[in-house]
Write a protein that binds this ligand. Structure first.
Ligand SMILES: Cc1cc2nc3c(=O)[nH]c(=O)nc-3n(C[C@H](O)[C@H](O)[C@H](O)COP(=O)(O)OP(=O)(O)OC[C@H]3O[C@@H](n4cnc5c(N)ncnc54)[C@H](O)[C@@H]3O)c2cc1C
Length: 493
């Protein structure tokens, strides 16, 4: 049921002074024949059908608005086709391989005889295909105008796609991101990004991963589980550098134990692909010979040549600048997802997309708070966090900060899984928990409670009073809060 703010229509008038009715232009353009240079009007025109764009379009349609969603490639974007879902399917296959390889540790006789990459690909594509179909069904059922093609922003209310002009009371930019590379480092042949790595039809013997951020460590973890000899090269002093330093240290230790070589604090200099192998030269002259070089040095915004700056949208370093309500510098134009500076995560895109649809509908939703967005890195061991690191908390709250590190050595389920790791809590003295940081196999599943604790500004004493099921890794969160509340149970620190 649509609940629009009184008076919202005043902001939206056609040049002739008439006002299109909400929902008056619902249409699904698949198969619909539009005359050349046809102009259609909508309440909302969304450019880009990835996590941020389609979430916005679906929510706007649910609220009764007429919506056009423009996508030049595949509905679902990076997350569904080249990001979250396919890589997590790979990581699951990697976990199965590890389980077979390590089965003897649990008294189970099993042998890992190899990785059938085409079969892994079939499994991965099956997962993606089913979700893609489901999403297409949702978009069809919403009766929005789904426009296939490359769109360009013409002005604050118009997106042009081929011969069509889509005029919107509001326009939402959601064109996402692409895999970056470094100057002098061309992608091609044996030098690839995560996009091309998904297409590998075999497991290379040797892999060098350039970049120890989230995507780099996930790909390194998969390749190692599949049996490759893996080296990570990272210019910063530690892996997953945005995380708590102790977490980076634990991850690095676990990776070394798994046989992954980690080279931090060293820069890439040059690469040579001679067709049979790649030679990666590092600053200082060291050379690494490998079968492939996986480049994971971050993602840049897809904003070039799309008319944004010409339409008055302020860009910084190619990213779209917005306020906390996702409004750009151009009246009536919003932006969501990876093109907006901040965490490049699918669930942030979903949340911003939904927020914008509700904002346009006049529901006055609360803005998405970046610091309460959960972050999970799905390598083995996993890394999960929400809120402030200890250093950030001290910068924000002075010395009035307390921390506790609960070692998974005291957690029954973690011992059953044979994982090391910890849960670290950061609180303001006599105040709420402002940060939760975790490392350990499967620990990402615990981020839901961590998010509620930080998002709802719970005090450790509140959480300590809640009973956590035994034996679960979730108990480790409960125990960490017990410890911080001054009544530790199975704490060995
Ligand atoms: C390897 C990898 C793993 C990842 N894993 C995770 C994870 O586990 N969890 C997580 O939360 N996030 C993960 N991410 C990040 C996540 O995929 C992104 O944060 C998310 O996809 C961003 O959504 P978006 O809508 O902003 O952009 P995108 O998903 O990139 O969507 C943008 C869409 O816009 C379309 N488009 C662009 N320009 C135009 C145009 N001119 N006209 C029409 N259409 C256009 C594109 O085709 C694309 O479909 C991962 C990313 C990668 C690369």
């Amino acid at each position: 049921m649509l609940r629009l703010a009184p008076g919202w229509k005043d902001a939206w008038q056609r040049p002739d002074g008439t006002i299109p009715a909400v929902g008056a232009h619902r249409r699904h353009s698949k198969g619909a024949r539009m005359p050349p240079t046809a102009e259609t009007t909508h309440d909302v025109v969304v450019l880009g059908g990835g996590s941020g764009g389609y979430a916005c379009a679906l929510r706007a349609a649910q609220l009764g608005m007429s919506v056009a969603l423009v996508e030049k490639d595949l509905l679902g974007g990076t997350c569904l086709h080249r990001g979250c879902i396919p890589t997590k399917a790979l990581l699951h296959a990697a976990e199965v391989a590890d389980a077979a390889r390590d089965a003897g540790q649990f008294g189970v006789r099993a042998t890992l005889t190899g990785i059938d990459m085409p079969a892994v690909t079939a499994y991965r594509e099956g997962v993606v295909g089913r979700l893609h179909k489901g999403l297409q069904g949702l978009v069809r059922a919403s009766r929005m105008d789904y426009v296939e093609g490359e769109g360009r922003l013409e002005d604050g209310t118009t997106v042009v796609v081929g011969d069509r002009r889509l005029v919107g009371r509001r326009v939402v930019l959601a064109t996402g991101s692409y895999a970056r590379t470094l100057p002098g480092l061309e992608i091609g042949g044996r030098v690839m990004t995560s996009d091309e790595a998904l297409g590998l039809d075999h497991v290379p013997d040797r892999v060098v991963v350039l970049g120890g951020g989230v995507i780099g460590v996930e790909l390194a973890s998969v390749m190692r589980s599949f049996g490759a000899d893996v080296t990570i090269v990272e210019a910063l002093p530690r892996l997953v550098a945005a995380e708590e330093p102790a977490v980076s240290k634990a991850l690095e230790r676990a990776f070394r134990k798994r046989g992954i070589t980690v080279r931090t604090g060293i820069r890439f200099d040059a690469v040579k692909d001679d067709g049979d192998s790649v030679t990666v030269r590092l600053d200082g002259g060291d050379e690494l010979v490998s079968d492939i070089l996986l480049v994971a040095v971050g993602r840049g915004p897809v904003t070039d040549g799309l008319g944004y700056a010409e339409a008055g949208v302020t860009l910084e370093g190619g990213f779209v600048v917005t306020d906390e309500r996702c409004r750009t510098s151009t009246d009536s134009v919003y932006a969501v997802g990876d093109i907006v500076p901040g965490l490049q995560l699918a669930h942030r895109g979903f949340a911003q997309g939904i927020f914008v649809a509700e904002d346009i509908a006049g529901l006055n939703p609360a803005p998405v708070v970046e610091s309460t967005i959960p972050r999970v890195t799905y390598c083995d061991p996993e890394v999960a966090s929400v809120g402030l690191t200890e250093e950030q908390a001290r910068a924000a709250h002075g010395e009035e900060v307390q921390t506790v590190e609960y070692n998974l050595g005291g957690n029954g389920k973690s011992q059953i899984l044979r994982t090391a790791g910890f849960v670290k809590l950061v609180r303001v003295k006599d105040g709420p928990v402002v940060g939760v940081h975790m490392v350990g196999s499967r620990i990402g599943e615990q981020v839901g409670e961590a998010q509620l604790v930080v998002g709802w500004e719970a005090h450790p004493e509140d959480v300590a009073g809640l009973v956590h099921a035994h034996p679960t890794q979730n108990e480790a969160l409960g125990e960490a809060h017990l410890a911080l509340a001054g009544k530790p149970l199975h704490a060995h620190n």
